[in-house]
Ligand binder design. Structure first.
Ligand code: WT7
Length: 650
């Protein structure tokens, strides 16, 4: 993308005004943008007042040593106290914090009072194991209540947690434990996955065999499957259950490290993204309140992400709990025991606010709209998306089939590194445009710049950057300040480089166009994979598409597409005619420059465990190379399925 800026191809003119009732009582109004622009630090200071501080700050932001930020300097608070105890003290102990639903159908309800007791016990247990303020604790747990309880217990005593997604391998776990020098690992015997018990403990045994810093492994019994017992192992039910339900939370510095979360990125060793306490909690609480229009007394909120990703950290655990929300947590997969499980859960708990990812939405499009149609989803009043650019057609499907054409869709752009939502519509203020994340939130200064770091005019494309520090920003890469500076703050002088391509439309609203690494260069035009994918998904027979650039002797790179047909697309979707129809459709939608050279109809796409399409592997296929590293794939058999399709490639 260094030669020229991104070609701006997609025209999408559908518009959805905020529902009047929502707008009338919305938590945030248009005026907030002005207030925040007039006095940005004052704005964040007011948002920090949502929290309970043991000691007030004496400076909002210390940016004297950029890019190393300190927010709410001198302030002290306890994150777990803010998420749990203070609600109980305010008389809300009986409010449900989590409706937990296990995959096999078992359930647990945790009120804020229950959560307070559980977190206190777990905090006391960690202390008994010798964990102290500043120590690191690795957490390798499935989506069970002990996961948020463990995180909060760490936060409470000032230990820094490092949650590792429970689908990662022993090697991935080992490198993360070693990098953070974790003293304790919290895990479970196993987890429920698609109706089966999948073991977790052997993976931990494997990982800790060569991590000498680990003193104890604390094991939750979830599946009851047999586990090997080592001297360092302790059962949760033996240790935690006998602890006192009393624990006094000490305040910690606003900049005390709250957690490390590893992001693998596309190359190199995983980066341990470090988040701290006061600024982080301020921004996740504020954005959860503003973007989801949360009314904690009446809303039931469900974010379907795994807590092992940042979405779960910020919008299942810290943001919602800081706001005293009632949330749903679901342990399992969306198709167990049937493809309507999620909609059944929404119906059962009368979920009002729902937050999921484009990859899930496109899967539901593939399964067919008759599945959600069997359930009563009328409790929903707002639906959100995160993780990838949402294709306009997926947005409209989501709005109509899940949101009954009534619920606003909030497309929220952010990253593990940003800690909280940065660019998003405000549901009571912003008109919805399918495929656009719209505007930086109040208090956030983001822009789209060209190669030279100059702001692009409306209608232009380039790179998404953040121009001022924000409260929930990463503070560094754990143990590697230099890599922090180099990765995020060196591409453009004085700006945070997010690594995403973006464009501004004629109104100045932002459209995210995918990772800069994925942009294709076709006959001298930079074309975004996202736009071509969206054009393909706008064909009524396509559920999902992935596009990559393959070396081409004539055009430099040529567009190669992989498409999954919709469930109701009929039998003739494998033939040449269908492929020709799709190529024409893209040419009509975006222009002839974007017409794929080749389209392959496939049953599945390669995805990372967090649901992002791995275009790098598709490029290997398209260029007839042997496949690169497939270890982060959810399901490596997908690549075999795709390879069998190759002979029919056009
Ligand atoms: C990358 C960050 C943030 C929580 C989940 C992912 C992409 C995320 C959007 C969106 C377009 C999006 C970006 C970003 N992304 N949300 N609404 N529109 N792209 O966290 O794993 O750190 O990934 O996800 O490419 O850089 P992550």
């Amino acid at each position: 993308m260094s030669q020229e800026t991104l070609s701006n191809l997609l025209q999408e003119n559908r518009r959805f005004a905020p529902p009047p009732e929502l707008a009338a009582s919305a938590n945030v109004t248009a005026q907030t943008y002005e207030e925040a622009a007039a006095d940005r630090l004052g704005f964040w200071e007011r948002q920090a007042e949502r929290l309970t501080w043991a000691k007030p700050w004496n400076e909002v932001l210390d940016w004297s040593n950029p890019p190393f930020a300190k927010w709410f300097v001198g302030g002290e608070l306890n994150v777990a106290y803010n998420c749990v105890d203070r609600h109980v003290e305010a008389g809300l102990g009986d409010r449900v914090a989590y409706h937990w639903e296990g995959e096999p159908g078992d359930t647990r309800t945790l009120t804020y009072a229950d959560l307070q007791r559980e977190v206190a016990k777990a905090a006391n247990a960690l202390l008994e194991l010798g964990v102290r303020k500043g120590d690191r604790v690795a957490i390798y747990l499935p989506m069970i209540p002990e996961l948020p309880i463990s995180m909060l217990a760490c936060a409470r005593i000032g230990a820094t947690h490092s949650v590792v997604f429970a689908g990662f391998s022993a090697e991935a776990l080992r490198t993360r434990i070693a990098d953070a020098q974790a003293k304790v690992v919290i895990t479970a015997d196993g987890q429920n996955r698609r109706g089966k018990h999948a073991a977790l403990k052997p993976t931990v045994d494997d990982a800790v065999a060569s991590t000498p810093d680990v003193e104890h492994v604390l094991v939750v019994r979830r599946t009851g499957q047999e586990v090997a017992h080592h001297e360092r192992d302790v059962w949760w039910h033996d240790l935690v259950e006998r602890q006192s339900t009393e624990h006094t939370a000490e305040p910690h510095d606003a900049e005390h490290p709250l957690y490390i979360l590893y992001t693998s990125g596309t190359t190199g060793k995983p980066k341990g993204i470090l988040h701290t306490s006061g600024g982080y909690l301020t921004q996740v609480a504020y954005t959860h309140h503003a973007v989801f229009d949360l009314k904690p007394e009446t809303d039931v909120y469900w974010c379907s992400a795994d807590i092992g990703w940042v979405t779960g950290h910020s919008y299942i655990v810290y943001g919602p709990l800081a706001n005293g929300a009632t949330s749903v947590i679901y342990e399992g997969t969306p198709d167990t025991p049937h493809q309507g499980r999620w909609w059944e859960i929404i119906e059962k708990y009368k979920v009002t606010l729902f937050y999921t990812a484009p990859t899930a939405i496109r899967t539901f499009m593939k399964w067919g709209e008759e599945i959600p149609a069997r359930h009563d989803l009328s409790s929903l009043r707002l639906i959100g998306s995160v993780g990838e650019p949402i294709n306009p057609e997926a947005y409209v499907w989501y709005r109509e089939r899940i949101g009954a054409g009534r619920c606003p869709v909030v497309d929220t752009w952010w990253q593990t590194e940003t800690g909280g939502i940065m660019v998003s519509p405000l549901p009571g203020v912003t008109e919805g445009k399918p495929g656009a994340a719209m505007r930086p939130l109040p208090g956030i200064v983001a822009d789209v710049v060209d190669d030279q770091g100059q702001s692009v005019p409306n209608g232009g494309g380039g790179f998404l950057v953040v121009k001022e520090p924000w409260p929930s920003m990463l503070r560094t890469i754990w143990g590697d300040d230099e890599r922090y500076v180099k990765t995020y703050w060196s591409r453009f002088e004085g700006m945070y480089f997010a690594g995403d391509g973006a464009k501004k439309d004629d109104d100045g609203d932002f459209w995210l166009l995918g990772r800069v690494d994925d942009v294709m260069l076709v006959s001298g035009h930079n074309i975004s994979t996202t736009e071509v994918e969206s054009a393909l998904v706008s064909h009524p027979k396509v559920a999902e598409a992935a596009v990559t650039g393959a070396t081409d002797p004539v055009t430099g790179q040529a567009i190669v597409a992989f498409v999954i047909p919709r469930g109701n697309a009929g039998a003739d979707v494998d033939g040449e005619e269908f492929v020709a129809e799709l190529r024409d459709h893209v040419a009509k939608t975006l222009g002839p420059i974007a017409k794929p050279r080749q389209i392959m109809v496939v049953p599945e796409l390669p995805k990372t465990r967090s649901g992002k399409i791995m275009r790098r592997l598709l490029r290997d296929v398209a260029e007839n190379r042997s496949l690169g590293d497939v270890t982060t794939l959810t399901d490596s058999s997908v690549m075999d399925l795709i390879s069998t399709k190759l002979p029919s490639a056009k």
